[in-house]
Design a protein around this ligand. Structure first.
Ligand code: SDX
Length: 376
């Protein structure tokens, strides 16, 4: 008999490959993008500069940033055929289904895929990454608008990604305090090493499939509530709880029923998520701007009670959910916003995977019946 191989369920603790894109250090609760602490990038850099950093390894020069901005802005308008595909979906389709379908459609429309099979030309793939970055805010914004029976708002080429995203969603650009909080969230969501959706994208890329297929699969992985879907689940829980004075009783019931409390816990961080302090500061600014101390009280009470009972800390989705709620996004739009930010990390990882590819194909330990004869 061969010895039973050691099984790592959920690949927990498994180091699957190397990456130069970001470093998560659970011991020091830190996250570095290409060496730079994410909390410093989140408060000082435009989202576009962080995208350049993650894709190319260095922050852009002024000329490189201007070039990226100009290309990205030129690629924003939505193809009429993409709009038709979205319009074919039921108006109450989940916005993540809208995004997944639209990304798949973009792949079908990209005639350059015919030239390189989608993978062989890194230059074309860099262009596709900018294209996806440029297209996603318009898709997400339209996804929210059509649920309310509103027409799409065309993009503006005088606005950065964060402002244009808000413009296309709401038809106006909010105060700087809101823009800053939104930009911070995009930077914090942009990249996080081998999380489930990024690993999904790398698995697809490792078969030498194309970048749109990798991103479509990644969107599917992000949708689940154990991953990106948690940010909307947080807001559903807040709606269920109602007010701070009911938080403790709600939590006791949830824990007694063995329900997962969304927005808490993390596979890698055990003493808190490195991104939470930056996002919590952004949420605090929004709470003051919109004068919603009641929301802050509910947030703080639930967090304190959960930490006291379970010793488990919030992840980024916990402050991001209420922040997006205050900005006016529908709860179902929160995870699509995560997509529009994480597109940077996904495409950086697809490029890294394909630059030094090895097919991702693990083993399994068989637990079914031993060999037996088919009845005659
Ligand atoms: C993201 O990996 C990434 O990088 C992801 C991400 C990114 O940037 O891409 O950071 C984004 O996905 C954040 C995670 C969002 N998900 C949630 O908020 C969902 C709620 N959290 C969990 O279900 C859980 O904490 C996970 C899925 C995030 C992590 O799960 P693990 O590592 O598999 O841990 P586990 O579920 O086995 O939990 C260990 C223990 C269990 O108790 P015991 O069975 O040992 O008694 O902790 C408990 C769990 O029940 N626990 C929770 C809990 N989180 C852990 N109990 C209740 N509520 C929770 N949220």
């Amino acid at each position: 008999d061969s010895p039973t191989p050691e099984v790592h369920r959920g690949l927990a603790g498994v180091v699957a490959d190397t990456t130069a894109i970001s470093k998560v250090d659970p011991d020091s609760n830190s996250l570095l993008y290409r060496g730079y602490p994410v909390q410093d990038l989140a408060t000082t850099q435009p989202f576009e500069a962080v995208a350049h950093l993650l894709w190319h390894g260095e922050l852009p020069t002024a000329a490189e940033l201007a070039e990226l901005e100009s290309l990205e802005r030129s690629l924003r308008p939505m193809d009429e055929r993409t709009r038709r595909v979205i319009d074919d979906l039921p108006r109450d389709a989940h916005p993540m289904d809208v995004v997944r379908t639209a990304v798949s459609q973009l792949g079908g429309l990209d005639a350059t895929l015919l030239r390189d099979g989608g993978v062989l030309d890194p230059e074309l793939n860099r262009g596709r990454a900018v294209y996806l970055l440029a297209q996603l805010p318009g898709i997400v914004a339209y996804g929210q608008r059509r649920r309310h029976g509103l027409d799409p708002v065309p993009p503006r080429d005088d606005l950065d990604v964060a402002r244009n995203f808000l413009w296309q969603t709401f038809g106006e650009v909010p105060d700087d305090v809101v823009v800053d909080a939104f930009r911070t969230s995009l930077v914090l969501y942009a990249e996080h090493s081998f999380n489930a959706s990024t690993f999904t994208a790398r698995v697809v890329a490792s078969t030498l499939s194309d970048v749109y297929s990798a991103v479509t699969a990644a969107v599917g992985a992000l949708k689940g509530p154990l991953h990106g879907g948690a940010n909307e689940a947080v807001m559903h829980a807040f709606a269920e709880i109602g007010s701070a004075d009911r938080a403790e009783a709600w939590l006791d019931d949830a824990l007694a029923a063995k329900r997962k409390v969304m927005g808490f816990g993390h596979r890698v961080y055990r003493h808190g998520d490195s991104r939470v302090p930056s996002m919590k500061a952004a949420l605090d600014a929004l709470v003051e701007h919109y004068d919603r101390p009641d929301l802050a009280a509910l947030y703080d009470t639930l967090e304190a009670a959960f930490v006291a009972r379970k010793g488990i800390y919030p992840n980024l989705d916990y402050p991001a959910g209420p922040a997006y709620h205050l900005m006016g996004f529908d709860t179902e739009t929160f995870t699509p916003i995560f997509v529009a930010a994480r597109i940077v990390g996904w495409t950086a990882h697809v490029a890294e995977q394909q630059a030094a590819n090895s097919l991702i194909r693990p083993l399994s330990a068989y637990t079914g019946p031993e060999r037996r004869d088919v009845p005659r």
